[in-house]
Design a protein around this ligand. Structure first.
Ligand SMILES: *Cc1c(COP(=O)(O)O)cnc(C)c1O
Length: 399
């Protein structure tokens, strides 16, 4: 039965029609935004950890998880850590970000990026987004850097603040790859280190290459709401052996290997992923291909129902990319932005968890004093975007 006939169109509000469209795909609900599923070897591997007593900071699952991740993403090296935010913190340090440096990050991203920059006593500098990818607006950023920076001794200097712009950290928002060719060219032309925040894009590819493997470093997250989970967890990806070794060293308290001495040759961090969490990660990675195909099928099903509702668009992967479709995203036409909160209310009241985009980071009290370019597209996107239930398991509920 089709949910929309002429009579429905006349009597239902937009919010009601969206609830019906989600129900047609997700079943009667309730449905979370993104739930993990443990359909494989999770219990087996966790039991193996407990039986072996290797539950903590070393163990065979940590090594295996890191090599499985490198294999899956095509990165030469993967270093597992406690969460994605810790991965960002270490990636920034490895990229040479020091006190008073500036780091370019999108205003439209999760707060972790800006937090990690401030952990380095550096300064987030907010850049605008584009509609095509939801990621950094490359042409606008290039124009901005041309008019606001100059090169001095191989560094990009912000002419307004006099500070070095050391790194650029684009996010692959909701799993959709950003314009990586454009970002790599900016990094090259302006001498800025590129770190990809691929926390949301495990299983997403740009020109057939996995996201997170283009920049000097890339960062993944395995939080409970991500495509796969380790409970909490993250990873640093790189193709550079020296950086990989330093990443492992810094995240394991900077201890020099020795049978009994505890000698630490710099200030390190206890950021290592416990073996228990890595065991979960190994089991989850085995299922990643089927999770990805279920998420893609869910997108196609949603596309069919939302095509019938005028004024809203379901975000599709950018042309040159293959997206993991981590979070399905509705974009409201600008004249319907006034209806956003009504839609959020109706869907959540009906048991379908939906949420708007993040509040732009430059609007948060902690970050409002930091530099930024004109952010008009990010602002518009933050008002017109709604994430809808996206769990891979939803696909099986109905039809
Ligand atoms: C989830 C996420 C992170 C941080 O990951 P945690 O594991 O939650 O610390 C960073 N950036 C983005 C864009 C994310 O979505």
């Amino acid at each position: 039965m089709s949910i929309i006939n002429i009579k429905d169109v006349q009597i239902k509000t937009l919010a009601e029609r969206i609830v019906l469209a989600i129900r047609e795909i997700a079943g009667p609900g309730p449905a979370a935004l993104h739930e993990p599923s443990f359909a494989g070897n999770e219990w087996l591997y966790l039991k193996e950890c407990l039986d072996s007593t290797f539950v903590s900071s070393v163990g065979k699952f940590v090594d295996r998880f890191e090599s499985d991740l490198a294999m899956f993403t095509g990165a030469k090296y993967a270093i597992s850590v406690v969460n994605g935010t810790a991965a960002l913190h270490i990636a920034l340090k490895l990229a040479g970000v020091k006190a008073n440096d500036e780091v370019l990050i999108p205003a439209l991203t999760f707060v972790a990026s800006a937090n990690a920059v401030t952990y380095c006593n550096a300064i987030p500098h907010f850049v605008d987004s584009e509609n095509e990818t939801l990621g950094v607006n490359v042409s606008k950023l290039r124009d901005y850097l041309i008019s606001h920076t100059e090169q001095r001794a191989g560094c990009c200097i912000n002419l307004t603040s006099g500070r070095v712009i050391r790194a650029l950290v684009p996010t692959h928002v909701f799993g959709h790859p950003a314009d990586l060719d454009g970002l790599l060219a900016i990094a090259h032309d302006f001498n800025i280190n590129l770190i990809e925040d691929a926390a949301e894009s495990l299983g997403s590819y740009y020109h057939d290459q996995h996201t997170g493997t283009f920049g000097l470093l890339g960062v993944l997250s395995f939080n409970g709401n991500k495509t796969i989970t380790t409970g909490g967890g993250g990873a640093i990806l790189t193709n550079n052996l020296a950086l990989a070794r330093h990443a492992k060293h810094l995240t394991t308290t900077a201890k020099l290997p020795h049978l009994w001495e505890y000698y630490h040759d710099e200030i390190g961090y206890n950021y290592r992923l416990p073996n228990l969490n890595a065991a979960l990660g190994c089991a989850q990675l085995e299922q990643l291909p089927s999770i990805l195909s279920a998420k893609r099928e869910l997108f196609i099903k949603y596309q069919n129902v939302f095509a019938k509702i005028e004024g809203i668009t379901l975000m599709a992967e950018p042309a040159q990319s293959y997206s993991n479709y981590w979070l399905q995203t509705l974009l409201l036409d600008s004249n319907l932005i006034v209806k956003r909160d009504e839609i959020l209310q109706a869907t959540n009241d009906s048991g379908y968890m939906t949420r708007p985009a993040w509040i732009l980071l430059n609007k948060l009290e902690s970050f409002k004093q930091y530099p930024r370019m004109n952010l008009e597209t990010a602002l518009l996107l933050s008002k017109c975007l709604i994430n809808i239930p996206s769990s891979p398991g939803l696909n099986k509920n109905n039809g």
